[in-house]
Design a protein around this ligand. Structure first.
Ligand code: PLP
Length: 392
């Protein structure tokens, strides 16, 4: 591997993933495999670009350069076969703020917004936070992976007069890479009921062999696409993300909302890092996907002889583990795994009602850490299930 370098000791770096272990008073040897942040160093070419900037010794206001918008345009065409115009790019500080902005700018108070759960929790938290109604349609867990239930979706749209849907593609946490035969009927349904589609595609580069990301905008130019280099290139704290909005009126509404908040400028680090990432780092993405897929296979292999079921995964770096076998609320399993096995996974129930019974494991780390995590999980389960059996 030429571009991938693991970094699995990130203590005392202001890392939320690592330094929360201390602030939460968790065991000091806890493996943090919760928040979606990778233990992989930023590509050297991006770091170089940021060094040049620091060498200028002034951190003044930054310009959104043409080079930056063109890098996004070319990247979308080159890697995802999506044609967009530079003027469609709206730069925002992060994807979650883009979600909130879409809801605020394009729906009215108390109107209904649909989310397909289990899903990245800000999808429904944002809807609630800005005074709209969340309507859930549950994805269906099948042996082949999670599926959308279009009959349920249509019933919910009709019953609640849904105005907007927040779609996740590929889907965090269930790891689905939606296929054309799934996306097309979904979009047709949304069009039939005039539902605005906001598609969060932040994980679009994480594709396993045989799977291809299909930007929803390709099938319907009215879709609002949300993206950011922050997941693929581990740049979350540089705070630059994008909305791709073809409709001029909608773009104006979104921009005016950010202006009302006084957010006119962008983080220079983010603009530079995004430009370099999208212009020069395709080979890094290729290596990254290989590493992640190989880690997923390690986890599958290591958990094969355990009662944990690994949900089929096609993309992202988040493995969705079915631990219903334990028979305890997942929030308790999560706490006990931290205290008793020094393993910090995400409690699935925070991703929505049907997330109960699942844990999410972030495998964007070294193979050794993935194997150690599986070992700790299995040992803990062995003890736990043995105890519960003997107490019957
Ligand atoms: C689907 C999805 N959207 C958005 C985000 C967060 O993006 P940002 O940090 O730009 O708000 C995440 C982070 O895990 C995510 O999984």
């Amino acid at each position: 591997m030429k571009h991938i370098r693991f970094k699995t000791n990130r203590f005392n770096t202001q890392s939320r993933k690592y330094d929360s272990i201390k602030s939460q008073q968790y065991p000091s040897d806890t493996l943090p495999m919760w928040v979606a942040d990778m233990d992989i160093e930023v590509d050297e070419r991006i770091l170089q670009g940021l060094h040049y900037y620091l060498d200028e010794k002034i951190l003044g206001y930054a310009l959104e350069t043409q080079e930056y918008t063109q890098s996004i345009q070319h990247y979308l065409k080159r890697r995802h076969d999506l044609e967009v115009e530079c003027s469609w790019v709206v730069t925002t500080p992060n994807v979650v703020s883009s979600i909130n902005a879409c809801i605020l700018a394009l729906t009215q108070p108390k109107e209904s917004v649909l989310v397909l759960e289990p899903v990245y929790m800000p999808f429904f938290k944002s809807v609630e936070a800005v005074g709209r109604q969340v309507v859930f349609s549950s994805l269906v867990d099948t042996p082949a992976g999670y599926m959308m239930d279009l009959t349920d979706i249509e019933a919910k749209v009709k019953a609640h007069d849904v105005k907007m849907v927040l779609f996740c593609s590929p889907h965090n946490p269930v790891g689905r890479v939606w296929r054309e035969d799934e996306v097309r009927p979904f979009l047709e349904l949304m069009n039939r009921y005039h539902v605005i589609v906001v598609s969060d595609e932040i994980h679009m580069d994480f594709m396993f062999k045989g799977h291809h990301h299909l930007p929803l905008m390709k099938f319907d130019p009215h879709v609002i696409m949300l993206m950011s280099a922050s997941k693929t290139f581990n740049l979350a704290s540089t705070h630059v993300s994008q909305m791709i909005v073809q409709d001029r009126v909608i773009r104006k509404k979104i921009k005016s909302l950010y202006s009302q908040l006084g957010l006119f400028h962008h983080h220079e680090f983010g603009i530079r890092a995004t430009t370099i990432a999208y212009s020069h780092c395709d080979d890094y993405i290729g290596e990254l996907c290989e590493v992640i897929e190989s880690n997923v296979n390690l986890v599958k292999g290591a958990l094969k002889d355990s009662p944990v079921q690994v949900t089929p995964i096609e993309g992202t770096y988040l493995v969705w583990l079915n631990v219903k076998c334990v028979g305890l609320p997942t929030a308790i399993i999560q706490k006990r795994l931290i205290q008793e096995a020094s393993l910090w996974l995400h409690d699935g129930s925070i991703f929505g009602p049907t997330g109960e019974g699942y844990l999410r494991m972030n495998v964007a780390t070294s193979p050794q850490v993935c194997l150690e995590a599986c070992h700790r999980l299995k040992s803990w389960l062995k003890g736990e299930m043995h105890e519960s059996k003997s107490s019957v």
